[in-house]
Design a protein around this ligand. Structure first.
Ligand code: MN3
Length: 382
């Protein structure tokens, strides 16, 4: 396979797995970026020999440049560096697995440069769905979903008529606190929240899986990616994470995508589309599982989930506000400034406290993002 790929967020969980896929299929790696893990970024640079690397955190710039002075790599930093890499002419596809709102501008820059994007950054579509999808359409760029659920839906759409789709079924693992009551959640610790039953992921997304915010964000992403109404999206708790999501058509035939819970499968599909070649993972053995279960989520206890759905129904800046408030609340929880249960309380107050506003351009996203973060910092008192 002769493809040229840049991976933003290459030292994270998705980033490292993406590089495994690139290695397996002999892709040329053109650009890499990291925030703070410069040890791993250095190793990756020596192994994959990209032409450009970027540290988002400027403070690492001179150290990284010094360490790699024996190589020919061009070292960049900051948002400018991320955007330079994402718009490089030689890119066939840009895999964006940056964490948080930081990922939005590099996605928009790649799209404007006419580059296809393999998207693993949730905030891109949650905060900027309207502007991202309209620029992608305008530029004729394809956004390949990397998240397992959206990849599953994308796979179930192949060979069928999109206009004959009646709804999608988005599966959720339920996280470590499935079936717990609001009162029981009052005393859970950081260690409890960081233990995910099926997937091993970064800290931010692991907390989002525990609050079910992750599924709320995926609900919003699905709406934008597949041009659905909120009423066309059903969330089902499926503890085994084997059915990665499904699509129902007008004849009530439901097509699902299954596989072991390993992100390398959806990453590879996004990078190799439409090809299906051997993936560096395990095969699914249904008889090893024996039974698969499906249940309804508890929208009252898991307030983040209901708030995200409410936000996308209200539209405008609400999805962005809810997302940024969540990012700030999760940061505070990981810093031991608030309790687990407070994340949902804070996030759910956003749709009540903010007046409706529109998102017409990137600056509107930045404005909404700032006001939601200030709102949360005020509540916490920092
Ligand atoms: Mn997912």
């Amino acid at each position: 396979m002769n493809k040229t790929v840049s991976v933003l967020g290459s030292t994270g969980s998705i980033g490292t797995q993406s590089l495994e896929v690139c290695e397996k299929h002999g892709f040329r790696v053109l650009g890499l970026s990291a925030n703070n893990n410069i040890d791993l970024l250095e190793q990756q640079t020596r192994k994959f020999k990209p032409e450009y690397i970027c540290t988002y955190n400027k403070e690492n710039y001179s150290e990284l440049k010094k360490r790699l002075s024996d190589t020919g790599v061009k070292v960049l930093c900051d948002m400018d560096g991320l955007c330079e890499i994402s718009s490089l002419e030689q890119n066939d596809i840009v895999l964006n697995s940056v964490v948080g709102m930081v990922g939005l501008l590099p996605t928009l820059t790649a799209i404007n440069a006419g580059k296809d994007v393999a998207l693993a950054n949730k905030e891109t579509l949650v905060a900027g769905g309207e502007i991202v999808m309209s620029s992608a359409k305008e530029k004729g760029v394809t956004i390949y979903p990397v998240d397992s659920e959206h990849s599953a839906i994308f796979q179930c759409l192949q060979g069928n008529k999109r206009e004959q789709l009646s709804k999608i079924i988005l599966t959720a693992s339920g996280g470590p606190f499935f079936k717990k009551t609001y009162d029981e959640l009052k005393n859970v610790t950081k260690a409890d929240a960081l233990k995910h039953p099926n997937w091993s992921m970064g800290n931010k997304i692991t907390i989002d899986s525990a609050t079910l915010m992750n599924k709320g964000l995926e609900f919003i992403e699905a709406k934008w990616l597949f041009d659905l109404t909120p009423e066309q999206i059903e969330i089902v708790v499926h503890r085994q994470s084997v059915v990665h999501s499904a699509v129902e058509y007008n004849d009530y035939s439901v097509i699902a995508q299954l596989g072991v819970p390993d992100m390398k499968i959806p990453i590879q599909y996004a990078l190799l589309y439409p090809d299906r070649l051997e993936c560096p993972t395990k095969r699914l053995s249904l008889t090893d599982y024996g039974s698969l279960t499906f249940e309804k989520p508890d929208y009252e206890t898991f307030k983040c989930l209901s708030s995200a759905i409410k936000a996308i129904k209200l539209g405008g800046a609400y999805p962005c506000l809810v997302n940024s408030a969540n990012e700030e609340a999760v940061k505070a929880f990981l810093n031991d400034e608030i309790k687990f249960i407070e994340i949902g309380d804070i996030v759910s107050s956003v749709t009540e406290k903010f007046a409706p506003s529109r998102i017409n351009c990137y600056d509107d996203v930045v404005k909404a993002d700032n006001s939601a973060r200030n709102y949360v910092r005020n509540i916490i008192g920092k």
